[in-house]
Design a protein around this ligand. Structure first.
Ligand SMILES: Cc1ncc(COP(=O)(O)O)c(C=O)c1O
Length: 467
């Protein structure tokens, strides 16, 4: 297509990945086109438009886009559904900006997505954290601790947020938390980035849109069938419709991708016309996979996403990252791995053809000689601490320096550090770095995790002179 000498490293990498033809147990949920209309997939280059006459305007929709959003609101059962091409990341930032008064604090879970850091930096907010139940041996987040949430819902709080389902498919009791917030007069946001398919209830568990949350943000690209980065923000409370849209306007490009916007419209149509049927098929695929592979069973959770299959690597004698690599070598691409699991994302875009690749690959691994897994040892704190030495904004904007991780003990982080995925910060800007954090990060990296917020073994800290 181009002369050999022309370098296009990203294009090359994506082609290599795609040509390897591994089955995609990962997002986007349209599964490499399986959930997209044929004409849309075929004519994508022609449809790559933006705000031309007659095609409406995302910043102030009044024509076909407004109509598409209102059909989506009808499907979701919300008062308004705002489309965004900036993923749930932009939706969560917008909701926090719109709903948290500047003299109050957001009440966030310890597994909040990094988008919450961005909102706090932009709006100069200092969060209060509530507890998430944890699997301490596996270092995994489970559901929200509702007793702790209730205790912390004080008059200092301007808005509360829940992540449900989480990356490992754990669902929290959004209905009970909505009621607590309503009694306290505090708006409640649910980060349902991983739960667009819950709109197909039954057979799926219910979405927080139907459980009384004020704002529910969904990554339609993850477990719906939209293109990557395409999300929508459901607003359930009339009083917030305008302010959430105004905040979204601050964050959106003025040249939104119509491929993404069309894909949201088509994802809504797909859910409306064949969603439940396709959800049943995906459910059967997930059930069949669960029967054939070792599955991680979290202890005592409120609910579990039936389309998230969390493969337990320990019975296979390896850590989760190693499992991910072995599976990839056998044509199975997983969504994420951690110390002891590999996470498969199924969506209504999957068919029964999703069953065979992973079950065959795991069966092949089961027959190999087992290695010991004695090196998978818990180390260090993994739950985020409460205290801020500086506000996230002050720390982020202060002059900083990059320090090798082992020299950073006691210093104030200037940027968030997350294992990615799942993208929940282990430390926020403004928090003091401790030995346990360093130990946990080092152990995770040694086992094959990847981190954002670290550059060649260094972490950004606030300079001593500027504290
Ligand atoms: C819990 C959670 N919230 C929000 C997001 C952001 O979603 P998006 O990728 O649509 O921006 C993610 C992304 O993985 C996530 O895991």
């Amino acid at each position: 297509m181009y002369p050999e000498a022309v370098s296009a490293p990203l294009w090359d990498a994506v082609r290599r990945h795609t040509d390897a033809a591994a089955y995609p147990y990962h997002v986007p949920g349209h599964k490499q086109g399986r959930g997209l209309p044929e004409e849309f997939a075929r004519r994508m280059a022609q449809f790559d438009l933006t705000e031309l006459p007659g095609l409406d305007n995302l910043l102030a929709p009044s024509g076909p886009l407004a109509e598409a959003e209102s059909l989506a609101a009808r499907l979701c059962g919300s008062k308004a559904c705002h489309f965004t091409t900036g993923g749930s990341t932009s939706g969560i930032i917008a909701a926090l900006l719109a709903l948290c008064p500047s003299d109050k604090r957001p009440l966030l879970p310890r597994n909040a997505h990094v988008s919450c850091v961005h909102a706090c930096v932009l709006a100069d907010l200092v969060p209060i954290f509530y507890d998430i139940q944890e699997d301490a041996t596996r270092k995994l987040f489970l559901g929200a601790d509702i007793a702790d949430f209730s205790l912390r819902l004080t008059s200092d709080v301007g808005v509360a947020l829940l992540v449900s389902p989480n990356y490992h498919g754990v669902i929290s009791d959004a209905g009970a938390m909505s009621s607590l917030c309503r009694e306290a007069g505090i708006p409640f946001i649910v980060d349902e980035a991983h739960g667009t398919h819950l709109l197909l209830s039954p057979p799926m568990p219910p979405s927080a849109v139907s459980l009384g949350a004020d704002v529910v943000v969904q990554s339609v690209h993850k477990t719906g069938v939209a293109l990557t980065g395409s999300s929508w923000v459901n607003v359930n409370t009339e009083a917030y419709v305008r302010s959430v849209k105004a905040a979204l306007r601050l964050l959106q490009t003025t040249s939104p991708s119509y491929l993404q916007l069309i894909s949201l419209d088509l994802a809504r149509a797909f859910f409306e016309t064949q969603g439940k049927e396709r959800a049943e098929v995906a459910l059967r695929a997930a059930q069949a996979i669960r029967k054939a592979v070792p599955v991680y069973e979290p202890p005592e959770v409120y609910g579990l996403d039936p389309l998230r299959v969390v493969v337990d690597s320990l019975p296979l004698g390896m850590n989760g990252h190693q499992l991910g690599q072995h599976l990839l070598a056998q044509g199975v691409a997983v969504e994420m791995t951690d110390l002891t699991t590999a996470v498969l994302v199924l969506s209504p875009g999957d068919g029964l053809c999703a069953i065979a690749p992973v079950t065959a690959a795991v069966a092949a691994l089961t027959h190999r000689a087992r290695r010991t897994n004695s090196d998978i040892s818990p180390a260090g704190r993994f739950l985020l601490g409460d205290q801020f030495a500086l506000s996230p904004r002050s720390a982020y904007l202060a002059s900083g320096e990059d320090l090798p991780l082992h020299l950073a003990n006691g210093r104030i982080a200037a940027e968030p550090v997350t294992l990615y995925p799942p993208g929940s910060p282990l430390i926020w800007p403004g928090q003091r770095i401790g030995e346990d954090f360093i130990e946990y990060i080092n152990m995770s990296l040694a086992h094959g995790a990847s981190a954002t917020g670290l550059r060649q073994g260094t972490v950004r800290v606030v300079s001593e002179a500027t504290k």
